[in-house]
Every structure is written in C-alpha cells, then in structure tokens.
Design a protein. Structure first.
Length: 249
C-alpha cells in the first residue's frame, strides 16, 4: 500500500483514472519481490503506453507524459549539448511526445523496459531530424546555383498529413495550457488581474497601472514577477529544471 500511495503522491503521480485502468488490466501497482524501484517505474510506464496504444484514453497519455517527461528532457538536453545544437530542450520534449502519440500503434511491450527504450529512440530521432532540418535551411540560404532545386509540388497525401499534424498540435497545446492554467491559479489576485488587463484586455501599462492604482514602473515589475512565477511553476510541474530567475519580494 505504501508504494501505491507513493505512485499517487509523487511528482510523477498517476491520476486516479489511470490507476484504475491499470488495475482493471491486471497491472500490479506495487513492486514485485525481484523489482528495483527503477524497474517498477519502467514496468508502469510500459503498461501505460500499452494501454494508450490499445485504448487511446487521454488520461492515460497525460499520466504517461507526467511520469516520463523528466527523463526525456534529460535525454534531449544531453544530445543537444553533445552536438552543441541551439535547441530548446522543452520544445524537443514536446515534439518527442507528439511522435509518441503519432506512432503509438507501433509500440511493442515486449519487456518491462520497452517504453523507456522506445521513447529514448524517438527522442534521439527527434533531435537528429531537427538538426537535419537546420542543416537543410542553412543550405537553402546559399547563393542561387549552390543548392539543389526544390520540388514544390504537393504530394497527394499531404492534406492528410497536415490534418494529422494539426490534431497532434492541438493535443500538445492542450497539455501546455493545462500546466499554464494550474500555474496561473497559484498567482495572487493582483497578479492575475494585472495579466488579464494587459494580456487579455490589451490595456497599456499606463492604463493597467491606473486600474490597479499603482505606478507605471511598479506595474512593469508586477507583470515581470507574475510571468516569472508562472514560468517557474510550469517548469516544476513539467519536471524541468527551473530557469535561474530571482524574484525580489
């Protein structure tokens, strides 16, 4: 029971619906006698991925994302660092999970560590493809005559691919918005109002400052701190090392 409670309360917690689905499919939610804690986690992740492949339940995918995002972030950060690629690791993590969603049908749960190995492979390919696209853009910037002619004809399957990409983008954006919404709710009432006045109602800093009865320079600081707090809380909730943003007060 202690290990089940750990699953429910840790930073890589599983939502109750995902736990219930795992239990319904006969997944043992506590470490077996021969399992280490990492091996137990690998087995749970593989079981979640298999459940999502077969049922496409959004709560299962969200639980898998919450559990695995930190490890995937470490992989893409290491790969980008080794090759000195100027990529945002967070963007690469999102692209990796978009591909996890897209290619779920190809997942094979052959052993407890299947998902860990599979998602690392996807993360590597995501980084390599991004590097390849960057090289291609560099070639395309060469003077005319030093690059291959581009074939601008649209493939017959391109509309289907575009629709699939749009759907995957929506899924990824919804995950992002969920983290933003939870971070926003932790702000003070004044900080939330300040962001709403400027970012939703479109008021100038001066007009927003007048509504809040503060000075214009103070308004700028309120907004800076509010945005920094949202960023820091989102990074923590997504299992990403927070940026070094120092807040006063």
């Amino acid at each position: 029971m202690g290990n089940l409670l750990l699953l429910e309360s840790s930073p890589f917690a599983l939502h109750q619906p995902a736990l219930a689905l795992l239990a319904d499919h006969g997944v043992v939610l506590e470490p077996r006698a021969e399992e280490t804690v990492p091996a137990f986690g690998d087995r749970i992740d593989t079981s979640l991925m298999a459940l999502f492949r077969d049922g496409r339940a959004p709560e299962v995918f969200e639980a898998l994302y919450l559990r695995a995002r930190g490890a995937v972030f470490d992989v893409v950060r290491r790969l980008a660092g080794e090759r000195r690629l100027p990529f945002d690791p967070l963007e690469m993590v999102q692209d990796t999970f978009i591909n996890v969603y897209r290619y779920a049908r190809g997942f094979r749960d052959e052993h407890p560590g299947s998902f860990r190995a599979w998602v690392r492979t996807i993360a590597q390919h995501t980084v390599y493809r991004a590097a390849s696209r960057r090289r291609t853009r560099s070639l395309q910037s060469l003077p005319e005559g030093l690059q291959e002619p581009a074939d601008l004809r649209e493939l017959p399957t391109q509309p289907i691919v575009d629709r699939e990409d749009a759907g995957l983008l929506v899924q990824s954006w919804m995950i992002f918005l969920g983290h933003y919404s939870r971070a926003f709710e932790h702000l003070s009432e004044r900080d939330r109002l300040a962001l709403e006045l400027v970012e939703v109602e479109g008021l100038s800093y001066a007009d927003a400052a007048s509504r809040l009865n503060v000075g214009r320079s103070n308004m700028k600081m309120i907004l800076f701190r509010a945005r920094a707090r949202i960023q820091a809380r989102m990074q923590r909730s997504m299992g990403i090392e927070p940026a070094d943003v120092r807040l006063v007060g």
